[in-house]
Design a protein around this ligand. Structure first.
Ligand code: HGY
Ligand code: MN
Ligand code: MN
Length: 398
């Protein structure tokens, strides 16, 4: 099997043009946006040209299928609201390159997938969650993006491309190439990470409601200021989580809406995303208890009402030993002594696909550990190294 690095890099740079942010190599390509749909149409064309059978399911997951039983490779091609050019895209284009090189060589049978809405405009890892049966499409359809658009409305944009459901039983396993999105490999001067497990996560939308009032005439002791409540919550939470976390546990308040968000009005309401991640399921549960208790305590102290939305949860997942072994052998061949086994602090579609079949992942370095930012980047030589390891693993598993 002879992969073509130039063809691979050319497609990877072409995918970047869909939703190019005009800042560095960044992209703005949220699920079902005009740029995302145009990218899917282009990817479908490239899959067809590679001799793969193109299928798109109702959730917008795009597949390029080999005949008969095949190893599935891929990732996602949607982006965060401010995304890097490689997050997801690398895995999709690398899979496409391995699939067409394999087809040209007469085997092995490799299929390709670009999952929809991994970045969670409508929830989180939505496309693979629906495909793996973890979330019924009818339930996912009700989810609304922060701009108010529902998934049901959004996915009408690809209705003409939908061919039907894609049966997971045709696949022997799934391997996802992804950028590390952290600093470990770059700092160590290593080229490849073979993933051992993917962390689990919890996310709850939280709302504090107090009393909107005049910022000049409402004395401090009379206020029921929802933002003060959030500020107290955040400080207390940091103190209390210290007792249960490890150096790799993370927690984030990333999305925040202050109402009415005016400089002369005491905020009557704040709504925010409370997300945390760890490799240990018990620790995730312990942290949930602390989050809920601390929010209720702060609400009582500040005269606020607190409410919690539906929680999104994913359990930690270990990678398949056999698939991982093929990646490790290929990594030693491509980057002898410059690879390592490591956990993934980022979430990936592989977590959902693991409900259906054996899965494994491999990483290439992120320069400066930057991701979910327009500045995300990786040396092209390392991108090609990742492709070579992916191809090497495919041959070993054949
Ligand atoms: O948040 C994540 O880990 C993934 O990049 N969506
Ligand atoms: Mn990703
Ligand atoms: Mn991402």
């Amino acid at each position: 099997m002879k992969i073509d690095p130039e063809r691979f890099l050319s497609d990877l740079h072409h995918l970047r043009t869909f939703g190019a942010a005009g800042v560095g190599k960044g992209v703005v390509r949220p699920a079902f946006s005009q740029a995302d749909v145009a990218a899917r149409r282009w990817l479908a064309g490239r899959m067809g040209e590679a001799g793969l059978r193109v299928e798109l399911d109702a959730m917008g997951n795009l597949f390029g299928l080999a005949e008969g039983p095949s190893l599935l490779m891929g990732s996602h091609s949607d982006s965060q609201p401010e995304g890097g050019w490689l997050d997801g895209a690398l895995g999709v284009i690398a899979a496409l390159e391995v699939a067409r090189a394999a087809k040209e060589a007469g085997g092995p049978a490799i299929s390709v997938v670009s999952f929809q809405d991994e970045e969670g405009r409508f929830g989180g890892l939505t496309g693979s969650s629906v495909w793996s049966g973890h979330t019924p499409l009818a339930k996912a359809d009700g989810a609304a993006a922060y701009d108010g658009v529902s998934l049901r409305e959004a996915r009408a944009a690809v209705a003409d491309m939908v061919t039907g459901e894609v049966d997971p039983s045709q696949f022997t396993g799934f391997i996802e190439l992804h950028i590390e999105q952290g600093l470990t490999l770059d700092a160590a001067g290593e080229r490849i990470g073979v993933v051992t497990e993917i962390v689990g996560t919890r996310e709850i939308p939280v709302t504090f409601v107090g009393q909107q009032n005049h910022a000049g005439t409402t004395q401090m002791h009379l206020r029921r200021d929802a933002f003060q409540g959030l500020s107290a919550f955040n400080g207390l939470l940091n103190d209390r989580l210290r007792n249960v976390v490890t150096p790799t546990t993370v927690w984030t308040i990333g999305h925040l809406e202050v109402h009415p968000n005016a400089s002369s009005i005491v905020p009557g309401r704040v709504s925010f995303s409370m997300q945390w991640r760890d490799g240990d399921a018990d620790r995730l549960r312990r942290m949930e208890q602390i989050v809920r208790e601390t929010a209720a305590e702060v609400a009582a102290e500040w005269g606020l009402e607190v409410s919690f939305g539906p929680m999104w949860e994913l359990e930690p997942v270990a990678m398949d030993v056999r698939l991982r072994g093929a990646l490790e052998e290929a990594a030693e061949e491509v980057a002898p002594g410059r690879w390592r086994k490591m956990p993934s602090g980022a979430l990936h579609d592989a977590t959902n696909v693991a409900r259906l079949m054996p899965v494994a992942m491999l990483f290439v370095p992120s320069i400066g550990g930057i991701s979910h930012d327009f500045a995300e980047d990786t040396e092209e030589a390392d991108l090609v190294a990742g492709l070579e390891v992916l191809a090497g693993a495919a041959l070993r598993l054949n």
